[in-house]
Design a protein around this ligand. Structure first.
Ligand SMILES: [Zn+2]
Ligand SMILES: [Zn+2]
Length: 352
């Protein structure tokens, strides 16, 4: 198969021939039709994460948001069959531990992150192997295209779980979204679909224009105005829910401080080499106003039907976030563009 291989951090990927993956006994091989190019790929490509012992290996294939067709299954696979159209969540569960058996596969005790760990090479390739296929692979409704769900296996499902399951966003709620890259734009669209009023915050007017297109009630350019003050003005007292989609100290704190009393912050973005996983927060103030602080990671496979049903009936439209499609040879270029935040909505790899 053809694949884009990481040879050196920060250097163009090497598009070359690799042996096809083979299914493990309970795994499957998926022919990739589309796969989002995510900021997490950019972090891995840059070689970030050394401080957390989380650096991807070299001579490795990135890509963790695939959708495609099952072409092989192992002998122990029951539910999934060759020919199934599927989307693959990056946060792979084992299917057998207590977390997985109680519907929380995203926090699996033996979980693997597709496209980040040596056991599970990623999907910037014509084929990708997926372990524990019955647990992890999610079947697409007939009317939903691969292109439209190319980012559902990471950014879109992450935004959905954060807002619909963790924060329990309700109709009419003001929902602030800090950072309008892929996961932030997804959150804006999902909050709007859930009946909430999203406020999009970013420093790029282009990103804010896209956020307005996909449902933001208000936009705030954080480079021109104090985002916290502006959100308190817009909402007359603070947002009910706020999500940090970026993972910087400043956006995490802004997200907490833009809340009203008893508001809920959801942390979705992982921090950078600058924070190394730790951010200071105004804890006395959070106590005084009974602020909830929630972490949220991916989405449990058990909750996929809810999301896919809303895509199938048109309530959610992840395809509207796709700004650019490239082939395998174009992936490096789009990773490089992320260095300057010069991307257009969600950008995806396709094999058409
Ligand atoms: Zn991702
Ligand atoms: Zn598990």
């Amino acid at each position: 198969m053809r694949a884009a291989v990481l040879r050196e951090y920060g250097e163009p990927l090497d598009v070359t021939e690799l042996p096809d993956p083979e299914p493990t006994p309970d795994g499957a091989v998926v022919e990739v039709e589309a796969c989002g190019i995510c900021r997490s790929d950019w972090h891995a490509w840059q070689g970030h994460g050394e401080w957390a012992d989380d650096q991807v290996p070299l001579d490795y294939v990135l890509g963790h948001e695939p959708a495609g067709r099952v072409v092989e299954v192992g002998e122990d696979v029951d539910r999934v069959a060759v020919g199934d159209r599927v989307v693959v969540p990056f946060s792979l569960g084992c299917g057998g531990c207590g977390e997985c058996r109680t519907g929380h596969g995203n926090t699996c005790e033996d979980g693997l992150a597709l496209g980040f760990e040596s056991d599970v090479p990623g999907a910037f390739a014509e084929r990708v192997g997926v372990p524990h296929a019955d647990h992890n692979l999610q079947t697409l409704p007939d009317g939903v295209s691969f292109r439209d769900v190319a980012a559902v296996g990471c950014r879109y499902m992450t935004a959905f779980h954060a807002l619909a399951h963790r924060a329990d966003v309700g109709g009419g709620d003001w929902v602030a979204v800090h950072g309008c890259g892929g996961v932030g734009l997804s959150a804006v669209q999902i909050a709007d679909a859930l009946g909430a009023r999203p406020i999009a915050v970013d420093v790029s007017d282009a990103a804010l224009a896209r956020a307005a297109d996909v449902g933001a009630s208000e936009t705030v350019n954080g480079s021109e105005t104090d985002a916290v003050e502006r959100i308190h003005e817009i909402t007359d007292g603070g947002a009910a829910v706020s999500l940090d989609a970026l993972g910087r100290a400043e956006t995490a704190r802004n997200s907490v401080q833009c809340l009203r009393s008893r508001g809920t912050h959801v942390q979705v973005g992982l921090t950078t080499d600058a924070e190394k996983g730790e951010v200071s927060l105004p804890t006395d103030w959070m106590t005084r106003w009974e602020i909830d602080w929630l972490g949220s990671r991916g989405m449990p496979p058990a909750r996929f039907d809810e999301l896919l049903a809303m895509v199938d009936d048109g309530t959610l439209d992840p395809g509207a976030l796709v700004g650019r499609e490239v082939g395998l040879d174009g992936v490096s270029d789009r990773l490089a563009a992320m260095t300057d935040y010069d991307t257009d909505g969600i950008e995806i790899l396709t094999f058409e």
